[in-house]
Design a protein around this ligand. Structure first.
Ligand SMILES: NC(=O)c1ccc[n+]([C@@H]2O[C@H](COP(=O)([O-])OP(=O)(O)OC[C@H]3O[C@@H](n4cnc5c(N)ncnc54)[C@H](OP(=O)(O)O)[C@@H]3O)[C@@H](O)[C@H]2O)c1
Length: 324
């Protein structure tokens, strides 16, 4: 089969198209013919081994391969069709259209990927293209996880820092669906998009710090690794909740301390990405409360260009690779 592979960590140009052996599904695995995979910030970080949060480097390097990548095919989030079943699989049939996450085994940048039937993989939403469906799981699963943790009540005010990114765009929509008033922080290029997703207010971080906008919030959701923990806590109301999905070590310690000594709750988390959450997202998509935002669909041959587009931060929505 054809796959986008990489033999060493480095710039987008390390990505190549290769002929590789098609995976065979194990007894509890589903073989998926991948139709589309999102090119994500996390794919770019695992390709280049440059992380916005420094402490990720060592555990990730041990997991991924010290001198060179152990798994040659990137790609976690995908949509496609079931093409084969392991002997003990009962949940799927050949021909089912599915979307989901391959986990850290990755492989969704190849024509076929084998994933456990217990992985986060569910039927694709009706009336959605493969490209649109592939653009949902990363942003949607992470955003839903954090918005549920925040326990948002109707009428509460929520600040989303990094609102124009893959996770942020879904968080804006999910917070609105939960009845929140949403303030989005990103740069002006993304203002009209995040407003279309439902944001009520917008702060351009290149012109003004959200801490100087004179507002306080019930919830601050922060996906920006360089942001000031102190500023986030200062703009929280009494009993407010701060959540970060991209924590520096110092921020993790300060979260634990702040939750002990103040009436504000600060937490960091890594989303589990469960099937239940993906099914909930599918329902939100089918009911119209969450939309998939695709900026560009690019062929496999332009994988390097797709990674450049993710890294240059000018995209408005997801960059999806069509695995044709
Ligand atoms: N905790 C978890 O479970 C988890 C799961 C998945 C991913 N992650 C990590 O989360 C990070 C973000 O994910 P993502 O896919 O949503 O990234 P993304 O699509 O690159 O989004 C980040 C957004 O933040 C904006 N931004 C940058 N600097 C900012 C600032 N100072 N203030 C406000 N906004 C700013 C970026 O805009 P511009 O740069 O264009 O200005 C961009 O729109 C990645 O590093 C990823 O590894 C964590």
């Amino acid at each position: 089969m054809k796959a986008i592979t990489y033999e060493r960590y480095g710039p987008p140009e390390v990505l190549r198209i290769s002929d590789v052996q098609r995976p065979e599904p194990g007894d509890h695995e589903v073989l998926v013919r991948v139709r589309a995979a999102e090119a994500t910030k996390a794919d770019c970080e695992m390709r280049s081994f440059r992380f916005a949060v420094n402490w990720f480097w060592l555990p990730m390097r041990l997991a991924m391969g010290l001198t060179r990548p152990r798994r040659k095919i990137l790609g976690i989030y995908f949509a496609g069709e079931v093409a084969g079943l392991g002997a003990d699989v009962s949940r799927f049939s050949v021909g089912d259209e599915v979307f989901g996450a391959a986990g850290l085994r990755m492989g969704a940048y190849g024509e076929y990927v084998a994933v456990s039937e217990t992985n986060t993989i569910v039927p694709k939403p009706a009336d959605m293209s493969f490209a649109e469906a592939a653009a949902v799981p990363l942003g949607g699963l992470n955003a839903l996880h954090f918005m549920r943790l925040a326990d948002i009540k109707p009428g509460e005010s929520v600040l989303i820092n990094g609102a124009g990114g893959s996770i942020g765009l879904h968080a804006v929509q999910i917070a609105k669906a939960m009845g929140a008033e949403v303030t989005a922080v990103d740069k002006s290029l993304k203002e009209s998009l995040v407003r279309r997703m439902g944001a009520d207010n917008f702060v351009d971080y290149t012109k003004q710090s959200f801490a100087d906008a004179g507002q306080r919030y019930d919830v601050v959701f922060d996906m920006v690794p360089t942001s000031s923990f102190g500023a986030c806590m200062r703009v929280l109301k009494e009993h407010g909740r701060y959540l970060t999905g991209n924590p520096r070590l110092s921020v993790m310690l300060r979260c634990l301390w702040a939750s002990k000594v103040s009436n504000k709750k600060a937490s960091f988390a890594f989303a589990r990405e469960t099937r239940e959450e993906l099914l909930a997202l599918k329902e939100m998509i089918e009911s119209g409360s969450v939309r998939s935002i695709v900026d560009e669909v690019m062929p496999m041959e332009q994988a390097a260009e797709a990674h450049h587009r993710v890294e240059d931060e000018t995209r408005l929505g997801a960059i999806v690779i069509s695995i044709a």
